[in-house]
Write a protein that binds this ligand. Structure first.
Ligand code: SAH
Length: 463
């Protein structure tokens, strides 16, 4: 897969500052499904082109997923994924050009703000709907669109043109706008997204579409395809867009609390949010307290679902609570939403009346931050004093660290006091369950490795 971006604004090599990638170097980022390589095939004062080459390795890809959903036995290894730009390209954009995607350039802030002429070429997109769809998506955003269509086979013109099209966009935009449009619309062209679609996807669509999607004539098609025809998610996305229009944007990058590189590559944060939300939903929890809520990713997903009528986020860190408040647009929530959610500061190691009376409690990626004595206090606070009928606890599975290629004894985050094997976690959870009158079930989160299990382990306690 190849994406190129060309600037002709002198000195054109300033593109290197904007992309945070030096034009004289080759920058390689390892992703779970292959390598993303940024390099500059031309870098002169008059014209500078950055290329993002995504070298998808179908073998890595089939490993990073839970096996092939359907198709012929070789299909996971021999397919068009390496060549045709898809949601993998979006992942590569967000992983390698994240700062530019977010419109930040500390060394040249004026350049990041400026609308300049750019040309972007995507070598091959699978355009379900033909070049007409390309125009309907990109022209309203101010681009001149050229589509390079080809016959499927020159010897058989009657077979018609290939749905795989090369596309060039020319427009005078901010670089972050160009990247954002590509980030959202490449998977839309493709018509299928290859990674999980869940509430976190709604959030991404809102976040990256906020300045342009609400006014785009094809916004419904975009939301529909982006979210892969999931009606409820789609409605939630459109509703939130309308709400968010009124809210000033203050979404900063969340603090790097528990997302080391390796976890982030698998999209584990998102998968956890999806798995936990699903658990709460299927067990009909209406009121939820998120204990150690961090920067509020789960809270945001819960707020998007009407089933959750009362949501409380608690954390010991005021900084995390501030990030959560930003993520939720907390101060600008419409009154109906504002009544459903609250954020409080507190510690899970002290008995706290405010935590009582909820259907469910979530303790996601928190226990490993506590040392043994405090963990015992947390057990009493959560299971004895707060005592909701449902408690969901997640924690890393240390066995999986080997799959991440980490050395023995190294933990995923410097603040982790421990990480447990599946046996250790299940032993602890079973003890807690029987001491406090709960039953407990265990579920893996993330891709499962045959001998090491999944990267995250979840215990679901109920009574
Ligand atoms: N649940 C979130 C955040 C996990 S990071 C998520 O899954 O993304 C761990 C969080 O636990 C941090 O925000 C940290 O501030 C919080 N934390 C650590 N010790 C705590 C304690 N004793 N009481 C409450 N929160 C605590």
């Amino acid at each position: 897969m190849l994406l190129t971006i060309t600037s002709t604004t002198k000195p054109a090599t300033d593109l290197g500052y904007l992309l945070h990638k030096h034009p004289e170097r080759v920058h390689t980022t390892r992703l779970p499904f292959g390598d993303a390589i940024v390099f500059y095939p031309e870098a002169t004062d008059a014209r500078c082109t950055a290329a993002l080459l995504l070298d998808v390795n179908p073998v890595d890809l089939s490993r990073a997923r839970k096996g092939s959903p359907h198709g012929a036995p070789l299909q996971p290894y021999v397919n068009s994924r390496p060549y045709i730009a898809s949601s993998f390209m979006s992942v590569a954009i967000s992983r390698t050009l994240k700062t530019a995607l977010n419109g930040r350039c500390d060394s040249h802030p004026d350049l990041a703000e400026a609308r300049l002429p750019y040309e972007a070429t995507v070598a091959a997109v699978q355009c379900v709907g033909g070049s007409d769809l390309l125009r309907r998506l990109f022209e309203p955003l101010g681009y001149e669109v050229s589509a390079h269509e080809q016959l499927l086979d020159e010897r058989f013109p009657e077979w018609g043109v290939s749905p795989i099209i090369g596309v060039t966009l020319q427009g005078t935009v901010r670089l972050s706008e160009l990247l954002t449009h590509l980030y959202v619309l490449i998977p839309v062209l493709d018509g299928q997204k290859h990674y999980w679609v869940g509430d976190a996807e709604v959030e991404k669509l809102i976040r990256y579409g906020e300045n342009w999607l609400a006014g785009h004539p094809e916004r419904e098609l975009i939301a529909k395809r982006y979210l892969k025809h999931r009606r409820s998610l789609e409605t939630a996305a459109l509703e939130q867009l309308l709400v968010d229009e009124a809210a000033p944007e203050s979404l900063e990058e969340p603090p790097e609390e528990t997302a080391p590189d390796t976890e982030e590559r698998l999209g584990l944060n998102e998968q956890r949010v999806i798995a936990i939300t699903e658990e709460l939903r299927s067990r009909a929890a209406g009121t939820v307290v998120d204990l150690g809520c961090g920067d509020g990713k789960l809270l945001r997903a819960l707020l998007g679902e009407r089933q959750f009528t009362k949501i409380l986020g608690m954390d010991v860190s005021t900084r995390s609570l501030e990030f959560a408040a930003d993520r939720l647009h907390f101060r600008d929530l419409p009154p109906m939403q504002r009544e459903r959610i609250d954020l409080i500061q507190g510690s899970l190691t002290y008995r706290d009346e405010r935590l009582s009376g909820f259907d469910a409690g979530v303790v996601a990626e928190v226990i490993e931050h506590l040392d043994a004595g405090r963990l015992a206090a947390l057990e009493r606070v959560v299971f004895e004093f707060a005592g909701p009928r449902l408690v969901v606890v997640t924690t890393p599975n240390i066995e999986y660290n080997q799959v991440f290629g980490m050395e023995d004894g190294v933990l995923r985050h410097k603040d982790h006091r421990f990480e447990w094997t599946r046996e250790q976690f299940e032993g602890w959870a079973s003890g807690v369950a029987s001491a406090h009158g709960y039953t407990v079930e265990f579920k893996p989160i993330g891709p499962i490795d045959q001998s090491h299990g999944a990267p995250t382990q979840m215990a679901v306690f109920s009574r």
